[in-house]
Design a protein around this ligand. Structure first.
Ligand code: ZN
Length: 411
């Protein structure tokens, strides 16, 4: 009988959810039709209550709402005249169904684009791309605080002489799983497409392409083991809250400004100083090297969600002197992207398209001399948010890479 009891217990443990952070009762609300005069007020509500902003646009914002503040937040929003509606009514059930899909896939997991992959699988995916193509290199460019490596996959066609570079990183925010998946899709698409697909061939004949699927490896791992909604890295801060928002940690001379927080517990904590983080340092150093070698022509960083193609600046409402060029390349990207599956995209500066943000990697890239720096926010527009179903990885990859290549080749 004792044996049977132990067996039953083990079985139950095996079937329970892996995550230690539970989102039972959590919702995602969209506050919408926000008027110009209400912008400061919603910002102050968000800052005061340390609300987790999932995404935002010029007149709306999606916020994750804990059950214990639901009633008071609803009253606060109503009192200030905000309109809002529930976008995701039961967050934990979406996490549970994603987890069930992952468990089913686990049995016959191959390197493919029909499922999301954890860090070890991503590393295996990259290793395979490098080992089966002599012109693909995989390089480790640094180590995180928790000892996890940052890897870059470099795609360079040999024998065609030194070429300028394109940098593409994904996964700077841990919970945006479609982002690393889209970088992996790109590695697969470019490695199998050279000399087969005219667009891929033209791209790789002109540029060396550097792809970093996971800019934030320990944060990403944490979303697989503990907290699906984790955003920052996992560095230990001086207080009890962990993590720095790496996309507020780049120092273009405006680090610590508007749209970043000095509160260690905030989702947009900018860190104790500009480039305090190993991950942002590694990317700064590597891309700086590319700039001074054969030139870095274009710098992309890929996020989700809200379907927007953005460029500098994030820290100010001013436009760059090259705004017309940036807008034209973004428009070319959006047009090609939409042509694939009809997915609609907006474009504009970070400041105008989503929200003011200081310390972003593309503002730094712009300040370092790479004029063509872009941020993409991939699918969707909020129905699934960060829990985009895995059956959208391939269509997202198809449209995004059509857009990226069209945009790059338009420059
Ligand atoms: Zn992001």
């Amino acid at each position: 009988m004792g044996r049977l009891t132990i067996f039953t217990f083990a079985l139950l443990v095996g079937l329970s959810a892996a995550y230690t952070t539970n989102y039972h009762g959590y919702q995602v609300w969209r506050v919408e039709n926000i008027q110009e005069w209400q912008v400061e007020r919603i910002r102050s509500v968000i800052d005061t209550l340390l609300l987790d902003v999932w995404a935002s646009g010029d007149s709306w914002v999606d916020i994750m709402v804990k059950p214990e503040i639901m009633l008071s937040l609803g009253k606060t929003l109503a009192r200030h005249g905000f309109e809002y509606k529930v976008f995701i009514g039961n967050l934990q059930s979406l996490i549970d169904s994603e987890f069930e899909t992952l468990k089913l896939k686990k049995e016959s997991r191959a390197v493919d684009n029909t499922a999301y992959h954890d860090l070890a699988e991503i590393e295996a995916y990259m290793t395979e791309a490098a080992s089966t193509n002599s012109w693909v290199t995989m390089e480790s460019i640094g180590t995180t605080d928790e000892g996890r490596d940052l890897f870059v996959n470099i795609l360079a066609v040999p024998g065609s002489g030194p070429k300028p570079s394109v940098w593409i990183d994904c996964g700077i925010h841990a919970r945006e799983w479609i982002s690393p998946a889209t970088c992996l899709y790109g590695i697969d698409y470019l490695t199998t497409g050279y000399s087969v697909d005219a667009d891929v061939t033209a791209l790789l004949d002109k540029y060396d392409v550097y792809i970093m699927p996971v800019h934030n490896p320990d944060g990403y791992s944490y979303t697989w083991t503990n907290d699906r909604m984790w955003r920052k890295n996992r560095v230990a801060n001086s207080g009890s809250c962990r993590g720095v928002d790496l996309n507020r940690n780049f120092d273009d001379g405006h680090w610590g400004g508007i749209g970043s927080s000095n509160n260690e517990c905030s989702e947009t904590y900018h860190g104790p100083s500009g480039f305090s983080e190993l991950e942002s340092q590694a990317v700064r150093d590597y891309t700086t090297n590319l700039i001074s070698n054969n030139g870095l022509s274009i710098y992309y960083t890929i996020h989700s969600y809200s379907q927007v193609w953005m460029y500098a600046y994030g820290w100010t409402s001013d436009l760059t002197p090259e705004n017309d060029q940036l807008e034209a390349a973004a428009r070319a990207g959006c047009d090609a992207l939409t042509a694939v599956h009809g997915t609609s995209y907006a474009y504009g500066t970070i400041y105008h398209a989503i929200y003011p943000a200081s310390g972003t990697s593309i503002d730094w890239g712009y300040s370092a001399g790479v004029v063509h720096t872009y941020t993409l926010e991939l699918r969707d527009t909020g129905s699934w948010g960060f829990l985009l179903p895995a059956d959208q990885i391939i269509p997202t990859g198809e449209e995004t890479w059509a857009g990226l290549i069209a945009s790059i080749m338009s420059i």
